[in-house]
Design a protein around this ligand. Structure first.
Ligand code: NAD
Ligand code: GLY
Length: 359
């Protein structure tokens, strides 16, 4: 269905978007250096996809590490579990970790790969829409701390991303919609043409149409790959990929991990970022309305959970990796289709958005 390259000189890699796992072994053999393979997955995905994956790996020394499912288990103990599995299997520096699952499995497996014996190869096999359009690409790996989302981690690129869109057929609807939030993000930050395409074809994505999903995955990955190639370690432009995330991460930490899905929290955060951009006079009311309407059509939340106060939100937003010198830096919209990173906003606007959360 398509492949593209993340251009990062010696760390460059392919993203393969396809139906089925037919070409997986051939592509894997191009990046492994010995026969030791550890599949990291969880107890929801394993019963559906572990056997088919293992079949593709015949002849290799395959071990598995099955984690508990859920954001609440994206912790340092999950890292220890993966490392223990690697040590018990007596795997050496030449081994390869395969992350088979969504963003939680991918973030954990990637971080474990970055630290096992100071770094071994890893391959992403994303099985959620969110992971296929975002988390499997770009090399951000890590786990949560009770005081802050994704506060422990490393930049560590995979050797290959293999996105089999057929796996999306078993994904719960709520998870599919959470992935659509990150797809809408690319339209808002960099691709006004794609935003228009989404307005036209959102229903196809919501219906799980594989061809439309594949197209949306390709455009999303292209957009992300371009940004990552310019700024791998987020010293500047890469932060635009965080549109809605400062609000979103605060919601996830504030409610307790797993209460709202990551994509749901980001969807609400994007509405709040658009509202701030409107109040700051950067985007017209029509652009705010279009943003909120598309997110609403995807059945995603557009306003803050009522149980989180503005003060709680602000406290959590102060723990964000983008912040500098105690200032909350936000990704805002300069236009519909162009994002900017700014701490040069009127703090009263932020308070207004948090106190009157309906976008
Ligand atoms: P997830 O990994 O929790 O997966 C969602 C749910 O779907 C889980 O219950 C999972 O077991 C299940 N599942 C996965 N694939 C399935 C399939 N094919 N069929 C049936 N069930 C399936 O959630 P997610 O939305 O994929 O990822 C969210 C995580 O990704 C968050 O922790 C977020 O912080 C992280 N993230 C990371 C990056 C990055 O750049 N590294 C970017 C965005 C998000
Ligand atoms: N999901 C944000 C990033 O990869 O930078």
């Amino acid at each position: 269905m398509g492949s593209l390259t993340v251009s990062l000189s010696e760390r460059a890699y392919e993203i393969e978007i396809c139906r089925g796992f037919d070409s997986f072994r051939t592509m894997l053999d191009l990046v492994t250096t010995n026969n030791q393979v550890m599949i990291v997955t969880n107890n929801v995905i394993a019963p559906i996809y572990l056997d088919v994956m293992k079949e593709k790996l015949s002849g290799l020394n395959v071990n598995t590490c099955i984690l508990e499912d859920g954001e609440v288990f994206k912790t340092l103990s999950a890292i220890e579990q993966v490392i223990t599995s690697l040590l018990e299997a007596r795997f050496d520096r030449g081994c390869t970790l395969i992350a088979l699952g969504g963003g939680v499995v991918g973030d954990i497996a990637g971080f474990a790969a970055s630290s096992y014996q100071r770094g071994v190869k890893f391959v992403q096999v994303p099985t959620t829409l969110l992971a296929q359009v975002d988390s499997s690409v770009g090399g951000k790996t890590g786990v949560n701390h009770p005081l802050g989302k994704n506060m422990i981690g490393a930049f560590y690129q995979p050797k290959l991303v293999y996105a089999n869109v057929e796996t999306l057929s078993t994904l719960p609807t709520r998870e599919l919609r959470a992935g659509i939030a990150e797809i809408i993000k690319y339209g808002l930050i960099a691709r006004p043409d794609f935003f228009n395409w989404l307005e036209e074809h959102l229903d196809k994505l919501l219906d799980g149409d594989a061809d439309y999903l594949a197209k949306a995955i390709k455009i999303s990955c292209e957009t992300k790959a371009e940004v990552v190639a310019k700024d791998e370690r987020e010293s500047g432009i890469r932060a635009i990929l965080n549109l809605g995330h400062t609000f979103g991460h605060a919601i996830e930490t504030g409610l307790g991990y797993g209460e709202w899905l990551h994509g749901e929290a980001v969807a609400c955060g994007m509405c709040l970022a658009a509202k701030m951009s409107y109040l700051a006079g950067w985007i017209p009311e029509e652009a705010l309305a279009k943003t909120v309407a598309l997110i609403q059509r995807a059945n995603l939340p557009t306003s803050l959970p009522p149980t989180l106060s503005a003060t709680e939100m602000l406290n959590h937003m102060q723990v964000d990796k983008k912040n500098r010198d105690g200032k909350i830096r936000l990704v805002l919209l300069r236009h519909l289709g162009e994002a900017v990173i700014s701490d040069d906003y009127d703090p009263k606007l932020l308070l207004e958005v948090l106190e009157n959360p309906a976008a």
